[in-house]
Design a protein around this ligand. Structure first.
Ligand code: 5GP
Ligand code: ZN
Length: 119
């Protein structure tokens, strides 16, 4: 992937981001358009398009993304009041950037899981 992918370019340092945590395999940085007082994106440094591809291709790396997300949640003081961890996936999921990313959201009550009940 690389130069065509926005988040690969952030990993490469070609596009600036406010990084809050970095490990050997993952990067966590603040969303450019936050939807909550805390809105951090957590990604594997290696390119996978979405969470299904990641989980099937490298389950240990998927676990790294979860572990980094939990560490950031702790750093941001979210463990007491709670938070939401979300992977938008594909068209129906509303995914816009096709480098898998967990949205870590918190710092205020986040409301219902979805704006409308679609069931
Ligand atoms: P998606 O809709 O794919 O689940 O989420 C993509 C997220 O990436 C959005 O919340 C959007 O605000 C964020 N985003 C898009 N471009 C950039 C960028 O250049 N830098 C950062 N930090 N976040 C971005
Ligand atoms: Zn990428």
């Amino acid at each position: 992937m690389g130069s065509d992918c926005l988040f690969c370019r952030i990993v490469a340092g070609e596009i600036p981001a406010t990084v809050v945590r970095e490990t050997e395999t993952t990067l966590a940085f603040r969303d450019i358009d936050p939807k909550a007082p805390v809105h951090v994106l957590v990604i594997p440094k290696e390119h996978y398009a979405d969470v299904a591809t990641l989980a099937q291709g490298d389950p240990a790396l998927a676990a790294d993304v979860l572990a980094t997300s939990a560490a950031v949640a702790e750093d941001e003081g979210l463990l007491g009041d709670g938070f939401r961890l979300m992977f938008n996936t594909g068209g129906y999921g509303g995914q816009e950037v096709f480098h898998v990313h967990a949205h870590l959201l918190g710092g205020a009550p986040l409301g219902p899981m979805l704006a409308r009940n679609l069931a």
